[in-house]
Structure formats: structure tokens, C-alpha cells
Ligand binder design. Sequence first.
Ligand code: MSP
Length: 633
Amino acid sequence: MSKPFYITTPIYYVNDRPHIGHTYTTVLADVLARYHRMRGEQTYFLTGTDEHGQKVEKAAAARGITPKQLADEVVANYTDLWQRMGMTHFRLIRTTDEDHKAQVQHLFKRLLDKGDIYKATYKGLYSVSDEAYVTELQAKELQAQGLAHQLVELEEETYFFRLSAYQDRLLKHFEDHPEFVQPDFRFNEVKRFVEGGLQDLSISRTSITWGIPVPGDEKHVIYVWFDALLNYLSACPANTWPPDLQLVGKDILRFHAVYWPAFLMAAGMFLPTTILAHGWWLMGDDKMSKSKGNVVRPDTLLHFGNDALRFYFMRDMQVGYDRSFTYEGFIDRLNADLANGLGNLASRTLSMIQRYRAGVVPLPSVLDADDQELADQLLAVFPAYLEKARASDFNGALDLLWTYLRALDGYIVRAEPWKLAKDPANDPKLDAVLAILYRALRATALLVAPVMPGLAQDLWTALGHSTQVADSTFHGFALDGPAVGPIGEAKPLFQRIDKEKEMNEIEAAAAPEPVPPTLDVPAIRETVDADSFFKVDLRVGKILEAERVPKSDKLIKMKVDLGIEQRTIVGGIGKAYEPADLLDRLVVVVANLAPRKLMGIESHGMLLAASDNASKPYLIAPPADAQPGFLVK
Ligand code: MSP
């Protein structure tokens, strides 16, 4: 017997609530899992949460709660959302689960004993937001992107994984398994990265406490990615290894296609069959991010039902590429394909069978050329759809199916069944038309069941079945077989969305957009002499702690390191920045400003920021290699 099909999503960080980007990956996994079940395969689908690491530790500290409390809170959001989205995962693994912690420590110890993990000292740059050491080259890239504030200098004792020893074996595996990473253009990026040479990977931290301790050396905690990647192993049911398909976003492909297989090789385990990297949902051309205020939450879209969102994700995103999200596009797609398209076809067909044949689906006696053409198309579309779905190409599969549904609309127009019904001499033709439309809808219900479980079931029931469509299998289904019985009641499959009304509501509910920057600035101030200017002592500082001042939406209290001393500074930047986004940033501080009290807290200095009269402040960021305490002049 073949092993169960095992499919995974990344495990999500718990420092934010889920947005549609996270939802997309999990929907894709669920659709594929349901698809494989309907292929008759036993299927395990795993998702989870990634709960350790500095970001969670700091985000929790900024709110005055423990990291576990923060994680519990966010996990509840995920559990609730996945339930509302109709997900069929067998487990939501949390990296704080005991069995996972034991698994991580066990494997760490094994690789340590084997010599694949060793202890040494790291000295260099570290990216706080990526929680990773950064090479000179990567640092330059970050600087070029204006993300230099994420970098800090670090020297620490750490455990390394001997990644460099796996370069050749990885390249060999890539060569022998052309399906290992999809799509191909991403595989090429991975190959080029590995060919460029691999350095050993630091997999422990002493600067963090929120994590799984290194067994026998507890001042070290195990680096989040070593911890996180092993979730797929911890949660794997017996006789199910290795994963058949691992879905990841393009941003985390390297971890999955390079580090992860190297860890598994070291452990002497089979590697996953395929890592599939999908693109991002963008807002315009921008990445969705909380700080940009452009995040779309699934809750906003869920009142159209989870089928709608699942369909939109699968229909509009070509796996591998980025795609811009718009509310208009979302509504237009649903109206065109579900309310009109399929919805219309179903209600016309069902009401005609009801009216002309009292609900009994006729058996056709003869087919003319047009009937035959449409019947043949179904026999071709069905396997072609399944093949595309197997390759995770639901965009292509659904496109194919909807092209066929449109062809059926044309077929109805040509056949004019309402005219046929007027003369019993036309019965054979009318029988053929009704039977062909019925078969097409029945096949459609089967094919879209993984994508839209609820809508497919409604259609299946309306077509007269008393079974669960999801319990059917694609294989061997008699596409031209007779109906199981009379059809059921015809209800609209999908309610047309009033676009104008919805758009008005969405706009009214949307958080106020950040005011776009303008050049509404005052004239240049009057000349000062150099001596006066140099009286102002400007220093590079680094924000060590940040928290909101209670009862103020504007003020943030920070502890800032000036190299020679630490200061409390209260800044009016709370509308533009979250405390967690400020941590470890380098800033420019007016260090000799007279202290003043803000909401009862004495502030010793001021941070320099750029802004116009109306928009948010933009904190001035010194380059990453500047040291706290440097004089700015
Ligand atoms: N915790 C790590 C993954 C560890 S897996 C062993 C992580 N978490 S994440 O929450 O930041 O991201 C999880 C997934 O969501 C990633 O695959 C990422 O690509 C995906 N997405 C985040 N934003 C996205 C969009 N805007 N669009 C599509 N997917 C996006 O990385």
C-alpha cells in the first residue's frame, strides 16, 4: 500500500493576526488535501504556529504579557479562522507543544553527537527582523533597500550546523529530482544560491530566552528556524514520512529548499518530494504590511462565505507569481463566475428539468453533432482539470472549466430549449440538451468540491444526490452515467453581490488611510551661525525598549542607548510606529535638549524625524554600522 499523502503549510508567526496572505497558503493546502482525498488517497494536511524567538518575546514584553500568553491569544485567532474557512488539517502544531520540543532536542543532540553540529564563536552582523546572521553582501542588500535599521553587531558563542558539508549532496539531489522545487524559475534561484557556496549555519542564540533550550547547555536556545522546520517531523503520523508537498511563500523558500533538506540528510531521513513556492498577494505593487496599514484581513471578506474567498484565491492567483488584491476584482470575479456563470447555468438547467420533465433527468436517445461536441468536451475537460489540479494549477484548471461552462451557455442559446419544449416532436433533442447540461453540472460539482466544499455540496444535493460530494472519488466516475434520481429543489447557488453598496461599506469600515505625504512644508527658517548650530548635540542612539504611554495614542516611552549612557525618551510617534517596530532601531537623538515632562514622564532628549505638516513622522535612521554614541554633525 502506498503511504498517505502528506501536505504541509508553513507554520505562522504569532506576532500578528492572520491576513489574507497567510489564509491563501492554508486554503491552497486545504484544496489540495481535499483533492487528494477525492483521488482516493489517505491524506494528512498539517498547519501550525511558530511561537519562539526574539520578535515574539519583544512583542509580548511591549504588551506586558508573557510570550506564551501572546501565542495563546494569536493561536485562538488562527484556530477560529481555520474553522470558519473550512480547513481539514489533522493537527495545528504549535512549536510550544511538548512533543515538538522533545523532537527538536532529540534531533539536536543526535546531530551534535554525530558532529554535524558543533560549538564556536560568531562575530558579525545580525538582522533582528529576520532573526538571522547576515553576511556583508546581505547587509549591503538590506542597506540598499533602506532596511539597515534591522542590523546590529553581534559577537556570541553559538552552535553551528555543518551546512557547508552538504553543498555537493544538495546539488546532487537537485539534479536527480527535478520536481524538488517548483516552479522552475524558483528552483534555479535555489541552485544558484547553493552553487555560490554554503557557510555553516548558526542554530543557537544566547541573547534569547524564549525558545527551546539546547540540551545540556541551557544558556543557549535553539534558533527559531531549526526549531520551526522540524515541526513537519514532530507532527508526522506513523508511516507517512516524507512530505509529498510542502507549500511555502517565496520569501521562505531558501529555508525549506536548502537548510531543511540538509538537516534531514544529516539525520539520515528521506527528503520531501516537492517544495512549492507561491508568490504574494500584494496591495497595488506593495507588500501587505501592518506598518503600511494596507493589510486585508480575511474577516472583511468572509461574510460572502468561505467558498467565495477560497474560489477567488484559487481562480485568480497563478501559483508561483505575485498578484494584486483589489476589492473590486474580488467582487467582480464572484459575480461573473459564481452568481452569473455557474449560478445561472445551474438555475436555468434545474428549472428546465423541473418544468419540462417534472424533475426527472431524461436519458438521451440520440445526440446530434452539437450535443456530441459538448458531451465530448466534458470527457476532455474532466481529466485535463484533474491533471492541472494535481500540478497545483487551480488557476488553469478553473479557467478550463469555466471556459466549458461558457460554451454550455452558447449551446443553450443555439438549442433554444424553451422553443423545443413547445412541440413533443422535439423531445429527443430536448432530452439530449437537458441530459448534457445535467452531466456537466454534476461533473462541475465534483471538480469544484475541493475548492468550494459548501457550494459544491449544494449543487450536488440540488442535482438529486443524498450523499456527500466529498465522499465521491474522481477516478472511475461515470461522467455520462444516468442520474441517481429526480433532482432536488433549485436554490440560487450564489447571491449576486451589490458591488456599489459593498464598496461603500468597505470604504466606510476601512481604517483611515495614512495621510499621503505632501510638500506642505514651511519656508526655510532664518539663518543661524555655525556656533549656534553646533551647540545642538546630536547622537546616534539605539532603541532598547519601547512601550505606549497609557491613555495616549501618540506617545511612546523608549529606553535609548547612547553608547555612554541610557536615556528615557518620550516621543510623539505612536500613530506612525508600533512599539515592537521600534526595537533595535538606530535613531538620531538630540542629546542636550532640556528634559521635559510628557504625561507625567520625564523625557531626556528627542528623536529626529522627517515629516511635512500633515503626514506621519519618518524617523531618521543612521546606517547600520554606525555605533550608538557617535556624534552626528
Ligand atoms: N514562521 C515562518 C515560517 C516557518 S515554516 C517552518 C514564517 N511565518 S510568517 O507568518 O511570516 O509567514 C508564513 C507564510 O505566509 C509564508 O509562506 C509567507 O510567504 C506567507 N505570506 C505572508 N504574507 C503573504 C502575502 N501577502 N501573500 C501570500 N503569502 C504571504 O515565515
